[in-house]
Design a protein around this ligand. Structure first.
Ligand code: ADP
Ligand code: MG
Length: 320
């Protein structure tokens, strides 16, 4: 979930040395693993850990909210595969000072979020120590009848789309995560999605995961990127577009599908949340953000950089 270069190069190194098995249909490198149980059943497994001081602080987060969040971020990874969540096991390392009422509320938060999506907690481990609160959830689910949507399926000419509004999540939304399980299942059932990921590391960072796995490039359209109110209200010197493109923990879906299917989807708007067409997949391994008709900036894996100086660069007062 965190975005340091070291994390990704570590994951890449273990990925190359990881054991292979005929049953392992989806290994390290996607939002969940996929393990073939029977001809009809692909088990999806994911784990995400939240750490006090990194992913939340107490206060302002309550014990319930931490529980709700940690279950939500794991469900979001099942959503990214268009899977159906089923069961969870949880691990808690809690500091003594928080006491048993706190622990009860933490568990209730996890339970509530799990129940929202028909998931049951079937086990776990609880330890008390002097360190900060650390909570880890392992989530298991199954692929739908139509199979999963991986990161690797993007095709040249695809539309790049996303759900919801992006940016500013850390100002509050991250503690009230609604994983897009139902949206992903509906999209997968009605449209032929080629690739999908959930936005946890920021729009651009997660788009790069799709592009790398699919060996494609992309062109994003600045004025189409749906910017959340929170992204605009953050007065820290970054533009609201910059926030929408790089802020972590939106937990929205980012996906690609053919232009024909994309047009149908965006005109129909079949979800309770907005679906936006934010760009195109390209054959050329180039990564651009198009701003208006004449300007563009180069996208970089860890965020994005201005390729022109003012007046062509993006300023806080540019109107998108
Ligand atoms: P996400 O942001 O979707 O949770 P991550 O960036 O955390 O995904 O992880 C990317 C991939 O690397 C996933 O397939 C995950 O299972 C795998 N991964 C991360 N850490 C490890 C590890 N220590 N050992 C094996 N696989 C790992
Ligand atoms: Mg993910």
């Amino acid at each position: 979930m965190t975005e340091s270069l070291n994390e990704f190069s570590f994951i890449e190194s273990i990925r190359q040395r990881s054991a292979k098995s005929a049953a392992l249909e989806i290994g390290i490198g996607d939002d969940t693993a996929g393990w073939r149980i029977t001809e009809d059943s692909l088990l999806l497994t994911t784990v995400d850990m939240l750490m006090e001081g990194v992913h939340f602080t107490i206060p302002p987060a309550s014990a319930f909210q931490v529980g709700y969040k940690v279950m939500g971020v794991n469900l979001s990874d099942i959503a990214a595969m268009a899977g159906r969540p089923q069961t969870a096991v949880v691990s808690i390392a809690t500091p003594k000072k928080y006491g048993s009422k706190f622990l009860q509320e933490l568990q209730q938060g996890m339970q509530q979020q799990a129940e929202n999506f028909g998931t049951i907690i079937i086990g776990g481990d609880t330890n008390i120590w002097e360190g900060p609160l650390v909570v880890s959830v392992t989530l298991m689910g199954v692929a739908s009848e139509k199979g999963v949507v991986k990161r690797s399926g993007a095709q040249t000419g695809d539309w790049i789309c996303c759900t919801g509004h992006l940016g500013g999540s850390l100002l509050g939304k991250h503690l009230d995560v609604t994983p897009r399980i139902n949206e992903a299942l509906l999209l997968h059932q009605k449209y032929n999605l080629h690739a999908m990921i959930d936005i946890s590391d920021g729009l651009v960072g997660d788009l790069f995961h799709i592009l790398e796995e699919s060996h494609k490039g992309a062109e994003l359209i600045a004025e189409n990127i749906p910017i959340s109110k929170a992204a605009s209200s953050n007065d820290d010197g970054q533009t609201s577009l910059e926030h929408a493109m790089s802020d972590r923990e939106d937990f929205e879906l980012l996906f690609t599908l053919s232009a024909e299917q994309g047009e149908l989807l965006v005109s129909k708007q079949p979800l309770d949340v907005l679906v936006s067409h934010i760009g195109y997949v390209t054959e050329e391994l180039d990564y651009k953000l198009q701003i208006g008709k004449k300007r563009h900036v180069q996208l970089k894996k860890q965020g994005w950089e201005h390729s022109f100086s003012s007046p062509c660069g993006i300023s806080k007062h540019d109107n998108y």
